[in-house]
Design a protein around this ligand. Sequence first.
Ligand SMILES: CC(C)(COP(=O)(O)OP(=O)(O)OC[C@H]1O[C@@H](n2cnc3c(N)ncnc32)[C@H](O)[C@@H]1OP(=O)(O)O)[C@@H](O)C(=O)NCCC(=O)NCCS
Length: 193
Amino acid sequence: MKRLEVRTRRLILRPLMPSDYTAWSDAYTKGLPQQNKWDRDPYDPKKWNRKWFNTMRREHERLAQADDYYRYYVFEKRSGALIGQIDFNIFVRDTHQFANFGYQIFNRHWGHGYGREAAKAGLKIGFRQLKLNRLEAAINLDNRKSVRLAKLIGMRREGIKKRYWFEFGQWTDHLIYVANPEDIGLKARAPQC
Ligand SMILES: CC(C)(COP(=O)(O)OP(=O)(O)OC[C@H]1O[C@@H](n2cnc3c(N)ncnc32)[C@H](O)[C@@H]1OP(=O)(O)O)[C@@H](O)C(=O)NCCC(=O)NCCS
């Protein structure tokens, strides 16, 4: 699956390149302390070193080549800083063209509309580049920021999947927000399988 760089007003979304090491290291190891339950403390720079960067980048390339998983990194045009990521975990191709859609902005950059801008671009990437027909965001019942964002970019609440995701040491229920191409003004296409 050919992946292209996508530009929005303030952001660039693209796979990681070897030259991104400094921006990547800065993003993951120099953030603010964990701000809420869904956030993370900065990672240990001793572990998140160049060797880890290369291993992870190669692994993401392999997963994308296998059409299993795609991650796009979000760069701020103005500063070149890596400020977040979106990802697509392909669940079923064939007659469903269905992926889980995730988004994250690193905590130093919250509250500037970047989450909204990146996730909106993510829907277009999912439908146009990755040729998906169904993008599902699975959101913790009490993650209000994420619910607001999903609604703002045009995703529809479909319901609650019970005991859907293993996290925080238990199987947890999740709100399911969904988008199809028609929800953002694109034409649905038949699967090419
Ligand atoms: C959820 C998350 C992606 C939101 O990222 P964000 O960049 O802060 O989101 P935005 O800035 O687009 O929106 C946050 C607020 O800033 C406001 N905002 C500030 N400046 C803005 C601007 N210039 N343009 C648009 N909105 C702006 C938004 O209106 C919004 O207000 P609200 O919370 O009252 O609705 C981020 O908090 C995150 O990564 N959390 C941890 C991981 C997570 O929960 N991921 C989702 C898992 S399902």
